[in-house]
Ligand binder design. Structure first.
Ligand code: PMP
Length: 363
């Protein structure tokens, strides 16, 4: 096959909306202070690492994993306040669960709705699944606009609504009463995405039985297991039994199952780290706010969004100093001059602030 032919074929075969997408960009971070991806910065205590090493050594990696992940599910049930009668479905990260939900409801013309700015994968996955994506703008302070949202729901009749709670990249929790109104008004499924639940003051898990069309999604990524890729969806069996048909049978491997089961048996260790992160978030917010020209947004997650003039130049200045955060400037117009920093250890946060001050002096 000639090279000319090979280069023409993808353009002919691949759906145009996929060709128009940019791949989700993960910047190289080797050797950097990594504060761009909402990871937990703390290593595990040595005895727990040893326990995991032993469990991994005994794991039967020559076998396919338990397709039902029974032990892991039991471990999750022990640490999550799942209302009576509710089930869980596991995903290879919660990203995979978003995709599974979209695939399940993607009838021709079906709409996936979220707010803007929010987690970019909602839009991307809507496109993967051939759905129409509708993003309803948040207000300038990143709060939900109830009238705009309810009007969009009436107009678009979305099959699927995602609300990140707290929202990424803005960090705020939406008004709970407004979320209730949205669930009540939506003709389709509403998924409250609680990726950052460990750092937030409120959850919708307890409301699952109240609404037929509510599902709550969580991930363990931010709690210290980003490398394991494990998320879950909680809700009524009537939904989950349908979604299970779309879940690829071995989506959670032997090693993530073994390691996460062990880790969840020591849930207290991870929760203590999350508590520490919440405390350090307050100090980081204060440090950011006290810098000249910085507008930092209060956060219920393990990151802080802030606005500052010449954000992209400062982002580059930080990078030159070995500090990687997330540059949101130049993306969504509401995020003009916005940067997002993950809360690290107290020492990392100080290094970040010092590097930011130095970068500010350069400008
Ligand atoms: N939802 C939200 C709101 C997120 O911010 C993220 C991660 N950035 C995810 C879902 C996906 O997390 P994971 O695939 O690691 O479970």
């Amino acid at each position: 096959m000639s090279s000319a032919r090979t280069s023409v074929l993808p353009a002919r075969l691949i759906r145009p909306e996929i060709q128009a997408l940019d791949a989700y960009h993960v910047p190289p971070a080797r050797g950097m202070l990594k504060l761009d991806a909402m990871e937990n910065p703390y290593p595990l205590p040595q005895p727990l690492r040893d326990e995991i090493a032993r469990a991994v050594a005994d794991a039967e990696i020559n076998r396919y994993p338990d397709a039902g992940a029974q032990q892991l599910k039991a471990a999750i049930r022990k640490v999550v306040d799942l209302p009576d009668g509710m089930d869980i479905l596991l995903g290879n990260g919660s990203d995979e669960i978003i995709q599974l939900l979209a695939l399940a409801v993607a009838k021709p013309g079906a709409v996936l709705m979220s707010v803007e700015p929010s987690f970019v994968m909602y839009r991307m996955i809507a496109i993967f699944a051939g759905m129409r994506y509708v993003g309803v703008p948040l207000r300038e302070d990143f709060s939900l606009d109830p009238e705009a949202m309810l009007e969009a729901i009436r107009r678009e009749q979305p099959a699927l609504v995602f609300l990140a709670y707290p929202n990424n990249p803005t960090g705020n929790l939406f008004d709970a009463a407004t979320v209730h109104r949205i669930i009540a008004a939506a003709p389709g499924l509403v998924v409250v995405d609680e990726a950052y639940y460990a750092f937030a003051s409120h959850s919708f898990m307890g409301q699952l039985a109240q609404y037929e069309n509510l599902l709550v999604m969580r991930t363990f990524s931010k709690l210290g297991m980003a490398g394991l890729r494990l998320g879950f969806l909680a809700g009524a069996a009537a939904w989950l039994s349908q979604l299970e048909k779309l879940r690829l049978p071995y989506n959670v491997g032997v090693l993530p199952q073994v390691v996460a089961t062990r880790l969840l048996a020591h849930h207290g260790v991870l929760l203590a780290q999350a508590t520490r992160i919440r405390q350090d978030r307050a100090a980081l917010l204060q440090a950011l706010t006290s810098l000249p020209g910085v507008q930092a947004y209060p956060s219920e997650a393990n990151f802080i969004l802030f606005r500052i003039a010449r954000a992209t130049a400062l982002f580059e200045g930080l990078k030159r100093r070995g500090v990687l955060i997330k540059n949101l400037d130049g993306g969504h117009p509401a995020l003009l001059d916005c940067l997002r920093v993950t809360v690290g250890t107290a020492e990392e946060n100080e290094r970040f602030i010092a590097a930011l001050q130095e970068s500010l002096r350069d400008e």
